[in-house]
Design a protein around this ligand. Structure first.
Ligand code: BG6
Length: 485
């Protein structure tokens, strides 16, 4: 077998999201976003994702009345808003070819319903994209990464209301107009996550849903996002014909716990359920088995006239996904469970796990790549992958994160194998390349980066940047195009 390795123009890089890194929550005319009301909760178990991501109206009101960032780490982020030049210089030093970043919707449209974008917000991102261009770094832009304007959540219960499609479309069109040099766009980060954390993903406060119809309303909101995704795909193709747009899925790899047929059946269903979101965005229609499942569960979706044509006509150009861990599934209700990326699954006795319980499985990345490419036959990008860990800043400013290097090395070997077996993988952006605030737990101490940010969970620290050992290692990986791991 010929072993070509990574393609010559492979997009090596990292990924960040505005709400977790920028800070400056009340500067430059920015409005509050759903992320700005997410509290750091040291009283909760970090493995209890459901409690961590739960939101109530009482909490939103308390947060809106609080003019400080004391309890709300995403208001602080990692101060990228003020330090982006220094950060981009460090990424350039590592040899980055691409940076995946998001545009905070509420920086351009503070309440989501203005008719024109906030100039200061547009200028900020123009400057960031210029700086990246100067550094020779390609921008991969997520249009919605857990940061919708809070006002839309409060007024419409987020994406439950169809009207939000228009607001999002207006925001996206402004982005396409203002940032015409961006070549790669993604619509919704982890579009499937609306089911696991409806508030973070779609501004839905579950207690405000019609009693007994919570699930139906969440699926309706998802439908609105899928239609919005198709509409902005059409808009991008019309406005910037050379640019490409992709979907973004949380790849929740699930294996049967044993070869008992019931384990295999449950696993198959879990995986079909995971694929369903990308299936709609790639194939342009809802899979029949999913529609039947919804019907059996009493979920009736309201499809407006024309929705099915919109989904069918405007499908994505490439497929991206996040991959952190894998799970197993079992028909045995007593099987031991373990937490993962905002899910809980059955434990796999063959895998180690991080301190947050996420099972480390490099082979699962290769299997995911083979499966996704076989299913969709479109170019793929891994746009999130990495290991949340507690790092120690030594007195001399070094950080020895050999565990992170081991994690990446094992995953890159598997990517390479997948490429050699025929997968069209065009890029890789590790998650949180600069330390940032955790999406699920709002901790700063759950670090993913090559670049250490000197701040703790309470926001104490200088916010100065330090190169970890993994910084130098990744630099070599990029310089040798993945040959020297
Ligand atoms: C992904 C999200 O699910 O996982 C990111 O897209 C998130 O926003 C990442 O930060 C890691 O999760 P966490 O909870 O460790 O920050």
């Amino acid at each position: 077998m010929s072993q070509a390795g990574f393609p010559k123009d492979f997009l090596w890089g990292g990924a960040i999201a505005a709400n977790q890194i920028e800070g400056a929550w009340n500067e430059g005319g920015k409005g509050l976003s759903v992320a700005d009301v997410a509290m750091y909760r040291p009283d909760l178990d970090v493995k209890d994702y459901q409690e961590q991501v739960k939101m109530t109206m009482a909490r939103i009101e308390a947060a809106m009345a609080d003019p400080t960032d004391t309890y709300y780490p995403k208001r602080r982020g990692s101060d990228f808003y003020h330090r982006y030049k220094e950060d981009i210089a460090l990424l350039k030093e590592m040899g980055f070819k691409a940076l995946r970043l998001s545009i905070a919707w509420s920086r351009l449209y503070p309440t989501g319903e203005e008719l024109t974008p906030n100039e200061a917000g547009v200028t900020f991102y123009q400057e960031v994209f210029d700086e990246l261009k100067k550094a020779g770094i390609e921008s991969i832009v997520t249009l919605s990464h857990y940061e919708m304007p809070l006002a839309l959540s409060v007024k419409y219960n987020g994406w439950v209301e169809r009207k939000v499609i228009d607001c999002f479309q207006r925001f996206c069109r402004s982005c396409f107009e203002a940032f015409p040099d961006v070549k790669y766009w993604l619509t919704f980060n982890e579009v499937d996550s609306i089911i696991r954390h409806p508030f973070t993903t779609a501004g839905i406060v579950v207690e405000r849903c019609t009693p007994g119809k919570e699930k139906e309303e969440i699926y309706q909101a998802l439908h609105h996002q899928l239609v919005a995704s198709s509409l902005v795909t059409r808009d991008l193709h019309e406005m910037l014909p050379k640019a490409k747009i992709g979907c973004m899925l949380t790849k929740l790899m699930t294996y049967p716990r044993t070869c008992a047929p019931i384990d295999v059946e449950l696993t198959l269903k879990k995986n079909l359920d995971n694929y369903f979101y990308a299936d709609v965005q790639v194939f342009g229609k809802y899979p029949p088995l999913i529609l039947k499942r919804m019907e059996n569960e009493g979920i009736r979706l309201n499809f407006a006239l024309g929705d099915l044509e919109i989904l069918k006509n405007y499908t994505v150009d490439f497929v991206t996904f996040s991959y952190y861990m894998s799970m197993t599934e079992s028909g045995d209700p007593t099987a031991e469970r373990t937490p993962g990326n905002t899910i809980a699954g059955v434990k796999n006795p063959y895998l180690p796990a991080t301190d947050w319980g996420w099972q480390i499985d490099p082979k699962g990345l290769k299997i995911s790549l083979l499966e996704l490419y076989d299913r969709y036959q479109l170019p793929l990008m891994v746009v999130e992958n990495g290991m949340g860990a507690k790092d120690v800043l030594e007195e001399d400013g070094t950080i020895h994160d050999s565990y992170r290097i081991d994690y990446f090395k094992a995953h890159f070997e598997q990517m390479k194998e997948a490429i050699d077996e025929g997968v069209d993988l065009i890029g890789y952006t590790s998650w949180g390349c600069i330390d940032l605030v955790s999406a699920s737990t709002s901790q700063m101490s759950k670090r993913y980066g090559f670049i250490y940010v000197d701040a703790d969970d309470e926001g104490h620290g200088t916010y100065d940047r330090y190169r970890k050992d993994s910084f130098y290692w990744y630099k070599k990986v990029i310089a040798t195009n993945g040959e020297q791991l």
